[in-house]
Write a protein that binds this ligand. Structure first.
Ligand code: FDA
Length: 407
């Protein structure tokens, strides 16, 4: 079989690229080894697909070259994708911070992309793995599960390593190496963090406790969003976001009361309500179970000479019995919770893969290989990773469009 463009991977980037190339009159085949196309789109955004973010800027992406994504993002904006969504009469809403979700189902986005593919005669084959790729005089020769395909242009849109059960594979990285491209080390991003040892012991029974707004920080990068305790550690948007910037050994700071100087607030509370117990006061600013646990850890534990954990259910003291220094110390811990993450949950639950194909080897305007003419890499397989909030799909659409405009 002969086609102009063969795209490996029928996810967000691959389907978008197919549409753009098909609209230029190119014959396009998209193959995917999974039994269903667009699986990550289907599972995204809790089944409602957070398909873009209206506030997208290059600053919302991690890459060894922070300038690389600029060109593609500028040429295919969130408004271009919104126009497509509106053309297909898909109802959507803004959740927060420019995040757009389908009102009904992420199936509508897959249906829309497949509809656009069909309109320009793009062929999409699921359950079609790729065995080998080699350079041919007029392009590429690719051995697929359905036979040999000859293509002038070859686009690799096979995604990252996250969620292997959904079809994720290291295929794109291996192929890049085969053609001489550098691949930067990969790791899980937008992923829950795990606790171990005494940190896990102290907090694991808080699984399910949520805080609506905390501030997580690693170095200069910080995020304000929700936090959730899990059986294995910490999750929620503020943790997922900072996980992309955190590596084992890094100092992770979590401010549990980001809008106030917690020490000064506690001193004020003592003046206003001297008879109230500390845990009661804390329980008005934090979930009660967490407030109780922090009181046990910070206020009672040091005083009982290393009492074995779990501590007996002491009654906490009324506010008037705390000295300024004690309240200021509790406040400092609330504003910089001394918790140490031991690792991440890894690719099993990560939303994205950081790292990947080194952008030095690619054109930023077309995503074409600088080493092998006719070869393109798009989407998550490239070393461009977005924050949580629709940015990763916007990169998939934009990079897919950039390659599809020329492939
Ligand atoms: P994607 O992974 O979508 O597609 C790659 C395709 O290649 C897959 O269909 C795979 O089967 C196929 N493939 C892999 N190896 C192959 C091989 N050897 N041969 C043939 N085919 C192969 N982002 C966002 O912006 N908003 C959101 O709401 C979410 N939500 C979300 C939830 C969850 C649970 C996850 C895991 C991820 C998200 N994301 C997200 C991230 C987003 O899904 C992701 O960044 C994009 O899907 C990446 O698009 P790609 O097309 O690059 O890869």
């Amino acid at each position: 079989m002969k086609v102009d463009v063969l795209i490996i991977g029928a996810g967000a980037a691959g389907l978008m690229c197919a549409i753009a190339a098909g609209q230029r009159g190119r014959s396009v085949l998209v193959v995917d080894h999974a039994n269903k196309v667009g699986k990550k789109i289907l599972m995204s955004g809790g089944g409602r697909c957070n398909f873009t973010n209206t506030g997208t800027t290059p600053a919302n992406f991690l890459s060894a070259n922070p300038h690389f994504a600029k060109s593609a993002l500028a040429r295919y904006t969130p408004w271009d994708f919104i126009a497509l969504v509106e053309k297909h009469r898909i109802a959507y809403h803004e959740k927060e911070l420019g995040q757009l979700f389908c009102d009904d189902s992420s199936k509508q986005i897959v249906r829309m992309l497949l509809g656009e593919c069909a309109a320009v005669d793009v062929t999409v084959e699921a359950s079609c793995g790729v065995r080998a790729v080699r350079r041919a005089p007029e392009g590429f020769s690719v051995a697929t599960a359905r036979g040999e395909v000859h293509a002038q242009s070859l686009v690799i849109a096979s995604g990252g390593l996250s969620i292997p059960s959904m079809g994720a594979s290291g295929f794109g990285y291996e192929l890049a190496r085969q053609f001489g491209h550098a691949v930067l080390p990969t790791r899980a991003g937008l992923v829950p963090l795990t606790l171990s040892g005494k940190h896990q012991e102290h907090y694991q029974d808080l699984a399910g406790v949520a805080l609506p707004v905390v501030e997580t920080r690693v170095g200069k990068q910080s995020f304000r969003a929700g936090l959730l305790f899990t059986h294995r550690g910490l999750s929620g948007p503020a943790i997922l976001q900072i996980s992309s910037y955190w590596q084992p050994g890094d100092d992770l700071r979590i401010d549990l009361l980001p809008d106030q100087d917690a020490g000064a607030w506690l001193v004020e509370q003592r003046a206003a309500r001297p008879a109230a117990e500390l845990k009661t006061v804390l329980g008005e600013a934090l979930p009660k179970r967490l407030a109780q646990r922090l009181c046990e850890r910070w206020v009672l534990a040091p005083q009982d000479g290393g009492h074995p954990w779990p501590l007996p259910a002491h009654e906490s003291r009324p506010m008037r019995q705390y000295r300024d220094a004690e309240l200021v110390q509790v406040g400092a811990r609330l504003n910089a919770w001394p918790i140490t993450a031991s690792g991440t949950e890894g690719y099993r639950t990560a939303e994205v893969t950081l790292g990947g194909i080194d952008t030095d080897g690619l054109s930023s305007s077309t995503l074409q290989s600088k080493l092998v003419p006719g070869l393109y890499f798009i989407g998550e397989v490239v070393d461009v990773t977005g924050w949580l909030g629709g940015y990763n799909f916007q990169w998939a659409w934009a990079s897919g469009q950039a390659a599809g405009a020329v492939a």
